[in-house]
Each structure stands twice: as structure tokens, then as C-alpha cells.
Design a protein. Structure first.
Length: 200
């Protein structure tokens, strides 16, 4: 028996790959091997399905964050892991997926923007605060500026690059976009501990 979870996973995969507008309820029902009327018994409309998919996606992101936060590593290492996984997640979203949300599903796009704000200005911000409390950051570090200038724009950079013939890999983005910015604010005595290959 097809469950809501299976429907949401299938819809999420197709939305992320092809965009929301390109996937009709008929298409989804066919992929799931069910009648469209059965699909509508689970979700009363496509709008309801798209909203449920976004909630499902953000719950997955919550689970990723919780897993990394619970690891016995220092705050900067947690940021590196979260950024790497976050880059991978964003790379799975086709540009048309976000375009569709912005143009046709404004509430869902708001959910995406709110989650981005939560991730940068609550999760990453708090980890930087923790690192500062532990004496890992340079004294002059402005955490708000670091979040705004170095982390808040990452998704836009990834999406813009995906329009190119050869988008950067997640590891290249991490090595050239995230790690240099973190090295610039970490005290020299912690650089070896934080940025050694074994710690990443």
C-alpha cells in the first residue's frame, strides 16, 4: 500500500529534478502506479501536495542538522560538515524548482527563505558564537557579518553556477568558498585541529 511518505518522497524527487510545474498530478499518479483519484485521497490538491513536500523537505534538513550538532566535534567542524551537506542538498534542487516556488507557490517559497534564514542566522550563528566562547575565533570577528557575507549567499552562488555547462562539485565549493572564509576567522593555534584532513 502506498503511504503518504512514499508519495512525498517520489514527488520531492521529481520536483527537485524537473521543477514543480512540469510534474502534474497525472504524471505523479502514473509514476506511483495509482489512479489519480487515489492520489487525491492522500492530497486534496496539487497545492496541498507541494506544501506537504516542502514540509517534508525541511524535516529532512532538520534531521541532518540534528545529527551533525550531536557529533562530538568542535563548532567549526560542525559548520564545515553542515555546509558540505547543505551544498549537496542545494545542488539537488534544479533552478526551475526554486523558480516555480517563487512564481507559483509563494507560501512554499517563503518556507524556503525562512528555513535559509533559520539555518544561517540561528544554526550557523549559534555555532560561531560557541566557537567564540571557546576561544577559537579571532577577537575582531563580527559573527553577523560573517553570516551575511559568507554564508547567506551560498545557495544563490550554487544556483547561478548550475546554469553553466560544468557546475562546481560540492567539495570544490567547500574548499574554495567555505573553508577560506573560516580560516580567516579561526585563531592560528586552532587551524591545524580544525582544518586537518582527518577532521573533515
Amino acid at each position: 500500500m502506498t503511504t503518504d511518505h512514499h508519495i512525498l518522497e517520489t514527488a520531492l524527487h521529481r520536483f527537485k529534478t524537473y521543477g514543480v510545474s512540469a510534474v502534474s498530478m497525472d504524471d505523479l499518479a502514473e509514476v506511483l502506479g495509482m489512479a489519480k483519484s487515489t492520489l487525491y485521497q492522500h492530497f486534496s490538491s496539487k497545492d496541498a501536495l507541494v506544501d506537504a513536500v516542502m514540509q517534508h523537505l525541511t524535516k529532512q534538513w532538520d534531521a541532518l542538522i540534528t545529527t551533525v550538532i550531536s557529533e562530538p566535534i568542535n563548532p567549526i567542524q560542525k559548520i564545515i560538515k553542515l555546509q558540505y551537506q547543505g551544498i549537496q542538498e542545494i545542488q539537488q534542487l534544479s533552478p526551475v524548482f526554486l523558480f516555480d516556488l517563487k512564481k507559483r507557490y509563494e507560501d512554499c517559497f517563503t518556507q524556503y527563505k525562512d528555513y535559509k534564514n533559520h539555518f544561517v542566522y540561528e544554526v550557523i550563528y549559534q555555532l560561531l558564537e560557541d566557537a567564540k566562547t571557546q576561544g577559537m575565533l579571532m577577537e575582531h570577528t563580527d559573527i553577523q557579518a560573517v553570516c551575511e557575507l559568507h554564508f547567506f549567499q551560498i545557495d544563490r552562488i550554487i544556483q547561478d553556477r548550475k546554469k553553466e555547462a560544468e557546475p562546481f562539485s560540492a567539495i570544490k565549493l567547500l574548499e574554495h568558498l567555505v573553508l577560506p572564509n573560516l580560516r580567516g576567522i579561526v585563531k592560528p593555534e586552532f587551524v591545524g585541529e580544525v582544518f586537518s584532513p582527518q577532521s573533515q
